[in-house]
Design a protein around this ligand. Structure first.
Ligand code: DLZ
Ligand code: SF4
Length: 513
């Protein structure tokens, strides 16, 4: 029995379930670069280069181990448009009995995989993705009967299940979560260690050229590409993080400093999400750093929570709620995404810096995404579909299973509170506390109204006022409505007029391009 084993661009791990039991002599492994995957949202150039280069390196590694890999490149004479077309091409030259693949990270691709049995009239085995630490059935069991799904309780169960940071049945340090220690304000004088750099080899240089020529109109450029593209390099990137940045990761998790795009974050999400790193390896390495007294508990716990808790939790939600989840729009937000999400041409310095760094690096750290880019989209009432497409295309680590719940659920509250207990909305004051962006801004963060006032200030109240019907009963937001209701009428009017003028200005700009 000869199998066609298909490995997708975010399944680049020798542990991938589609390789289980593979016969290197007989089976054909198919990997393909296809135009639809690169363009259905216009992925950032550095993201495309990263994925294609990592795919090509992984194919070479499998070949070196004796596997027969059929690798279809985008720069062949007639580029292929879909995975289905690639399989057709293989069947033209090979006789195969069945198809084996691993479930994808996107509902759209799962639908495509499920169509293959009929299209090719063959058995198709779609195996679970065992790289994840919580499978679909376990998540169903955990969520069954719960009124609301909160990561914190899921995370505690995962800590117990994998015996991570535990002393018997109690959490190390007597507390499950140390986030209250993780909100220190930034010091611009910090000498933040650089992110991992690897020099592009010949394979990567070929890919960079391909991307520059075929995807010229996508965001970003290919200069100074330095991502890891093999598992060995990704492990070196992880080790560098653990050694140099993890000790400070917790304290300054929410801090933003102008000109320091990487801060003390890990920058390993992209490697985890394509399979160059495995979750338990990252968790174990961080726990070891704590046990060796190389990093404090608040940092290590915070890092582990992202991987063992949040990452698995959002994946559970994604598969449980798709396909409807992609359509949710709790606030009925309809505004078009402003052009400055692409060209950074805005006087709001926090937005300008965050978009500029996104364009440069296909990366922005967690708090830029949430407190600046996502918060603005929430307050301005931007259509969740457009916001999701933007986040999915511009970040090298973004795949739909992780991007959609983070944006629709966490940043935009477009799921009405399934994932978060209240909208992550904030005015300029909090951005100012956590960053030094406001110092270099044309707007004044301390002004609440008028043409020079920080737009986040009035948009925050206007957002609450506009959505009173939907949020009025949310007890976590109730306090803020009390504050708003106590404001003098002229203050409320100023909020309304400043917001209307600002939003009209946005629309006018968008409509004229
Ligand atoms: C994101 C992406 C891109 C840009 N290109 C490819 C590709 O050419 N070939 C491939 O196998 N996978 C690619 N991917 C990743 C797929 O879109 C990914 O499998 C889905 O996002 C589902 O997780
Ligand atoms: Fe952003 Fe407002 Fe600060 Fe300007 S003043 S950087 S718009 S928060």
């Amino acid at each position: 029995m000869t199998a066609l084993r298909i490995i997708l661009g975010d399944q680049l791990s020798e542990q991938i379930s589609s390789l289980d039991g593979a016969d290197p002599q007989q089976d054909i492994i198919l990997m393909c670069e296809v135009t639809t995957e690169a363009t259905y949202v216009k992925h950032h150039k550095k993201k495309l280069a990263f994925i294609f280069s990592a795919m090509r390196h992984f194919a070479e590694e499998l070949q070196a181990k004796g596997y027969q890999v059929d690798y279809i490149r985008l720069d062949q004479d007639a580029p292929l448009h879909s995975f289905t077309e690639a399989i057709e091409q293989i069947f033209a030259t090979h006789k195969l009995d069945h198809i084996i693949t691993t479930e994808p990270g996107e509902y759209r691709v799962l639908m495509e995989q499920q169509s293959w049995a009929e299209t090719f009239d063959l058995p198709v085995f779609i195996r679970p993705d065992t790289r994840f630490l919580c499978n679909h059935a376990e998540f169903e069991r955990w969520s069954a009967g719960r009124k609301s799904l909160r990561m914190e309780y899921f995370y505690r169960d995962m800590r117990k299940k994998f015996a991570v940071l535990m002393e018997g049945d109690q959490p190390v340090g007597g507390q499950w979560n140390f986030d209250s220690e993780n909100r220190k304000s930034p010091q611009p004088s910090f000498d933040v260690p650089d992110t991992y750099h690897s020099a592009p080899d010949a394979v990567t240089r070929d890919v960079l050229h391909l991307v520059e020529t075929q995807f010229a109109d996508h965001m970003g450029d290919t200069s100074q590409f330095h991502f890891a593209v093999t598992a060995a390099q990704a492990r070196a990137a992880l080790a560098q993080f653990i050694e140099e940045r993890l000790p400070y990761f917790g304290d300054f998790q929410d801090a933003m400093i102008q000109g320091k795009p990487w801060m003390y974050h890990a920058h390993i999400g992209l490697y985890l999400n394509v399979g160059l790193l495995l979750p338990l390896d990252c968790i174990t390495a961080a726990e070891q750093a704590y046990r060796d007294q190389k990093a404090p508990l608040n940092a290590v716990e915070g890092f582990i929570r992202q991987i063992l808790g949040w990452r698995e939790f959002v994946r559970g939600i994604y598969w449980q709620k798709m396909p409807d989840y992609a359509e949710l729009n709790f606030f009925e937000a309809k505004r078009a995404l402003p052009a400055f999400y692409w060209d950074a041409d805005t006087k709001m310095n926090c937005m300008h810096q965050s978009v500029t760094e996104t364009a440069q690096n296909a990366y922005a750290h967690h708090i830029q995404r949430l407190m600046v880019l996502g918060n603005f989209a929430l307050l301005a009432g931007i259509d969740p579909r457009q916001v999701n497409d933007w986040f999915l295309s511009v970040y090298a680590d973004a795949f739909e299973w992780v991007e959609l719940p983070n944006v629709t659920g966490m940043a935009l509250f477009a799921d009405g509170g399934l994932l978060a207990s209240k909208p992550y909305a904030s005015g300029g004051t909090y951005i100012n506390k956590m960053s030094n962006y406001c110092k270099g801004c044309s707007y004044k963060v301390n002004q609440k109204s008028g043409p020079d006032a920080c737009p986040f200030n009035y948009l925050y109240w206007d957002f609450l006022d506009r959505n009173r019907e939907k949020l009025g009963n949310n007890h976590r937001v109730g306090m803020m409505y009390k504050v708003y209701d106590r404001m003098a009428d002229d203050k409320k009017q100023a909020i309304y007029y400043d917001s209307s003028a600002f939003l009209m200005g946005l629309d006018a700009k968008t409509n004229t391009g």
